[in-house]
Design a protein around this ligand. Structure first.
Ligand code: SF4
Ligand code: SF4
Length: 385
C-alpha cells in the first residue's frame, strides 16, 4: 500500500530525519536514503516471529534510541518507506485466532513484499513438538512450520539474535530439543529465500534497525553479507581490534580476578575470536559496553556461543605467547641517550611483539574459519529426522 507523504502526515505522525540515525555509521546508508526520496510512502509490513527465544531480542529492539522505536514504527524514518509491524506476539494486543488470522492476511496480501524477522532457535525434534506458536482449526502449528511457510513468500528473512542465527542458547549442548538456526534449516529444506544473520545475545538495536533500513533502501547487496550471512560493516572486526582495554593487553597487564584493572583475557574474554563492533558502537545509547564495564566479552556474536565449555574458560589464543612476554614496542626516533646498538635491539624486540600479535590474529582468524563448515552443514542434528 502506498500513501502520499501528505496522507502519512495527516495521520498525526511526525516525520523523522533519516540523518538522525546513529546507525548511519553503516557505510552508504545516507547516500541510499537520499537516492530513495520520493513523493509517496510505501508501507513495508514486518512480521516478527518469536520461536525458541527469551524475548531479549525484542527488548533490545525496544531500546533503540536513535531512532527510537516510536520513530521507527510511527514515523517515516526512511524516505519513501513506512515500516509497519504487522505481527509481534510479545507486544501486539491481538491473541489466539485473531492473531493467527492477522499473520495469514499479511502474508497473503503482501506476497514477496514483507520482511520476516525470526527471533529464536528452531526446534525440530519429535515433529517440532517443543515449540508451538498457535493453532489453526484446532491443529497445533509449530514455530518451524509457520517460519517455513512465511519464509517462502518473504522479501527476506532476518535471523535476529544468536539463537535464530546459529542455534544459540536453546541449542547449547546437549541440545535436548534439537534446535538449529535458520540458515541450517533452510539448507535442509531447500528454501532459497535470502536470509541475514544478525547474531548477538541480544543483538544491538542498531544492528536490527540498520539492517532493515539498509535492506529496504538498497536491497540485499547493500548489506555486504559475509560468508556467515552477517552484514559485514557491523561484524567485520574482532572485539579485540577495538577494545578500550587493548593497551593493557599489549603491555601484558592481565586482570587475574574480577574487579581488577587490566585486560580480561585470563578471565575468559572471547574478544580475540568474536567479530562485532560493540567497542565502537557501545550499548544503551552509547553509555558503555561489556569489557569497558569490567566484564569479559562472552562471545555472544560468535557462531559457537554459548560454547561447550564455561563462558569464562580462556580462549585458545591465551595459550600462545602474548606480548606479556615482551617489553613494550618503542615508537618514534631514538633519543640522544640511546646508542644505535640499543635502538636496533629495541627494534628487533618490537618486531617480535608485532609478529606475536600477527600470530594471535592469524590464530583467531583460523579458529573462526575452522568453525564455518560446521555452521554451514545442512544436515539436521541427530535424531531430528
Ligand atoms: S582480550 Fe578482551 S579485554 Fe583484553 S584487549 Fe582483547 S577484547 Fe579487550
Ligand atoms: S562485547 Fe561480546 S558479549 Fe558483549 S555484546 Fe559484544 S559480542 Fe556480546
Amino acid at each position: 500500500m502506498a500513501l502520499t507523504r501528505r496522507e502519512l502526515l495527516e495521520t498525526g505522525i511526525g516525520t523523522v530525519s533519516v540523518l538522525s540515525f546513529s546507525l548511519l555509521s553503516f557505510p552508504g546508508l545516507e547516500k541510499l536514503a537520499k537516492a530513495a526520496e520520493t513523493e509517496t510512502v510505501a508501507e513495508i509490513p514486518v512480521i516478527w516471529m518469536a520461536t525458541g527465544s527469551c524475548s531479549g531480542c525484542s527488548v533490545s529492539l525496544l531500546n533503540s534510541t536513535s531512532p527510537s522505536i516510536q520513530e521507527v514504527l510511527l514515523g517515516e524514518v526512511l524516505p519513501g518507506k513506512h515500516v509497519s509491524l504487522g505481527f509481534h506476539a510479545t507486544v501486539m494486543a491481538a491473541a489466539g485466532e485473531l492473531a493467527m488470522d492477522a499473520v495469514g492476511k499479511i502474508a497473503q496480501e503482501h506476497k514477496g513484499q514483507y520482511v520476516l524477522v525470526v527471533d529464536g532457535g528452531i526446534s525440530v525434534k519429535d515433529d517440532e513438538l517443543y515449540c508451538t506458536v498457535g493453532e489453526v482449526d484446532g491443529r497445533r502449528v509449530s514455530a518451524y512450520e509457520l517460519v517455513r511457510d512465511l519464509s517462502r513468500d518473504a522479501l527476506a528473512v532476518l535471523a535476529t539474535g544468536a539463537c535464530a542465527s546459529f542455534g544459540g542458547v536453546p541449542a547449547a549442548p546437549p541440545n535436548p530439543t534439537a534446535c538449529v538456526g535458520i540458515g541450517r534449516r533452510f539448507k535442509h529444506e531447500g528454501i532459497d529465500t535470502p536470509y541475514v544473520n544478525i547474531p548477538g545475545c541480544p543483538p544491538h538495536p542498531d544492528w536490527i534497525v540498520g539492517t532493515i533500513a539498509t535492506l529496504l533502501l538498497g536491497g540485499l547487496e547493500a548489506l555486504g553479507l559475509d560468508e556467515l550471512h552477517r552484514p559485514a560493516p557491523f561484524f567485520r572486526d574482532t572485539i579485540h581490534d577495538n577494545c578500550s582495554l587493548r593497551g593493557h593487553f599489549d603491555r601484558g597487564n592481565f586482570a587475574q580476578h574480577f574487579g581488577e584493572h587490566g585486560c580480561l583475557l585470563k578471565l575468559g574474554c572471547k574478544g580475540p575470536i568474536t567479530f562485532s563492533d560493540c567497542g565502537i558502537r557501545k550499548w544503551n545509547g552509547g553509555t558503555s559496553w561489556c569489557c569497558e564495564a569490567g566484564h569479559p566479552c562472552i562471545g555472544c556474536c560468535h557462531p559457537e556461543f554459548p560454547f561447550e565449555q564455561s563462558l569464562f574458560a580462556p580462549v585458545e589464543p591465551a595459550d600462545l605467547p602474548f606480548p606479556a612476554a615482551y617489553p613494550s614496542a618503542v615508537e618514534g626516533p631514538p633519543s640522544k641517550d640511546v646508542d644505535t646498538g640499543t635502538y636496533v635491539t629495541l627494534g628487533l624486540i618490537g618486531a617480535g611483539a608485532f609478529l606475536a600479535g600477527v600470530g594471535v590474529t592469524a590464530a583467531a582468524t583460523r579458529l573462526q574459519a575452522e568453525e564455518e563448515p560446521e555452521v554451514a552443514d545442512p544436515s539436521p542434528p541427530e535424531g531430528t529426522e
